[in-house]
Design a protein around this ligand. Sequence first.
Ligand SMILES: [Zn+2]
Length: 230
Amino acid sequence: MFIELAEVLVCPVCRSQHDEGTLQGLVAVVGELRDRKVIGGWLGCPACEARYPIQDGAVCFHLAPPEARDRSGGGPSTTESPPGSSGPQAETALLVAALLSLHEVAGYVLLGKGLGTMAEELSRLAPASEIVALRGRGEGPVSPPSAGVTHLSDTPEESLPLRAASITAAAILGTREDAIAEAARVLKPAGRLAVLGSSPAREEAVLSLLRTAGLDPIVVDPRAIVARRV
Ligand SMILES: [Zn+2]
């Protein structure tokens, strides 16, 4: 975890209080630090005293024991494949970098679930930004943490542990309404969101969801729909 990321991460349990500004952020307790990356340690919430472990550089926002979550079944799952998943990962990363104008921005770039495998490649294309990649369960272990990428594990896309207006650009896979609304919440004004994995049949619905979330569509492409936060 990039050490400065602690400033924009919030406790998923107490998030509404964070957005109201009545709570301080999470407290990072650093076990091992390497090149401004926290490799091991934990994040603590001063309000509810929840502790979120940092292992191999990834933050795990688990809220319940894994067995309990498995039984609950969770929400609707994202089953779409990343566009170009049959081709080189680099090509999709290049597309996302271009759609989000990542060469022009510096800040935090959010990658939704199913897109984390392009995080390293995207980091090379956006050297001034920190890539914050969500990892679903079963996405496998995090490879050695690299500069410019922070993985957040077990993080529900409909309830991100991030402050409102803290992210410069975001890309998500799938067209779930709650995921789009949540990405819009964490985007800074003028920040761009790319929605991948839509279909021509869903296009009008997605455009409507984006507008409802306060975003202004700017690119409608078969591979992605891009909108800008007003
Ligand atoms: Zn809390």
